[in-house]
Design a protein around this ligand. Structure first.
Ligand code: G3H
Ligand code: 13P
Ligand code: ZN
Length: 333
């Protein structure tokens, strides 16, 4: 049993309380490899932004769970080396799908876990989320639970159709589970294809597809029911057109990739939404930069040659999100 406190990590309690009061959101960026982690920490250190490092079950399988945990521990030391005196870094399990997985993460030094039982019937979701919260809270690890179903694929849980979180359920759910934050469904979804073109309208000036807006009415109703309670938005990549174009221009094939407009995320960050999850944008930035580099430098075969510009592109993207979308810069001086 390792406590995250010994590793210099923090849980989400204080960062969320400040974010809700201050009208901004904490970035939750997924990482699977060293370059993503370096870019996240460099961006957070430069902007002095609190940050949540997210590890999914898939990331643990890909990179090895022990190695990822030690990388997060190393991230705290790296942040200090970069001149960030008091780094506020949380290590969070993204979309935990069982008690055992959540327990394993608590026991190995995670400071926060998500139990995603949103695909289960309501009472079963409550029972499993409560079991995880009861265990995690013994170690002062914070817990995110989810109510409502996002469209698309939630890790290995495929949701054919999304259904928005029902505001009339949130008080009962939060009270009975004891969760510290609540992930809700208000129109976001995972991946780079969040909307079908037929769900969108076309901007007559630019010709670009405009997705339907998020259900802000549902979000505000939830806020009214749970004043000050931390709300989480998953599936919040904006799928920047420049990265989609970069991928497509250099051999990729990502037709009609479309995300959540950043203005809507900025709007959500001003509300009780205090954690915004971004993974796909990092994948697009990395892949776009690698494709471009290799297309322009066909003789390169040292991975450092193409991973360096990929890391730079991700860092630029993370800094942009922190400053211009979430507003969390300067909140961890
Ligand atoms: O919500 C899903 C995250 O983007 C993690 O995705 O399960 O492919 O690592 P993954
Ligand atoms: P995106 O696929 O929109 O980046 O969402 C990531 C996410 O919700 C991770 O939990
Ligand atoms: Zn998610």
């Amino acid at each position: 049993m390792v406590s995250y406190k010994e590793l210099g990590l923090v849980n989400t309690r204080e960062m969320f309380a400040k974010a809700v009061a201050g009208g901004y959101a904490i970035p939750a960026f997924n990482f699977n490899n060293m370059e993503q982690l370096q870019a996240i920490i460099q961006a957070a250190a430069e902007t002095k932004s609190p940050v949540i490092l997210q590890v999914s079950k898939g990331a643990r399988n890909y990179a090895n769970s022990t190695l990822l945990r030690y990388m997060a521990e190393g991230a705290v030391a790296y942040a200090k080396e970069l001149g960030w005196e008091h780094p506020q870094i949380c290590l969070h399990l993204d979309h935990g799908d069982s008690f055992e997985l959540c327990k394993d993460c608590v026991d190995m030094g995670f400071s926060s876990v998500m139990i995603d039982a949103s695909s289960l019937p309501y009472e079963e979701n409550i029972a499993l989320s409560k079991k995880v919260a009861d265990y995690a809270h013994q170690y002062d690890v914070t817990v995110e639970a989810e109510l409502g179903v996002l469209a698309g694929v939630e890790d290995e849980v495929a949701a054919e159709e999304s259904h928005y979180t029902r505001p009339e359920e949130v008080i009962d759910f939060a009270t009975r589970t004891g969760c510290d934050s609540l992930a809700i469904s208000v129109g976001t979804s995972h991946g780079a294809y969040k909307f079908k073109p037929e769900q969108c309208t076309r901007d007559p000036k630019t010709g670009k597809l405009v997705p339907p807006p998020l259900a802000f009415d549902v979000l505000h109703e939830i806020e009214k029911k749970l004043p000050g309670f931390p709300i989480v938005l998953h599936g919040s990549s904006s799928v920047p057109q420049e990265y989609v174009d970069m991928c497509n221009q250099y051999g990729g094939n990502l037709p009609n990739a479309i995300g959540i407009p950043e203005e809507q995320l900025r709007e959500a960050a001003k509300s009780a939404v205090c954690k915004i999850n971004i993974d796909s944008d990092s994948r697009l930035a990395m892949t776009g930069a690698i494709r471009k580099h290799l297309a322009e430098n066909p003789g390169h075969f040292d991975p450092r040659q193409y991973l360096k510009p990929a890391r730079e592109e991700m860092k630029k993207m993370y800094i942009h999100k922190i400053i211009n979308v979430l507003g969390s810069d300067g909140k961890a001086e």
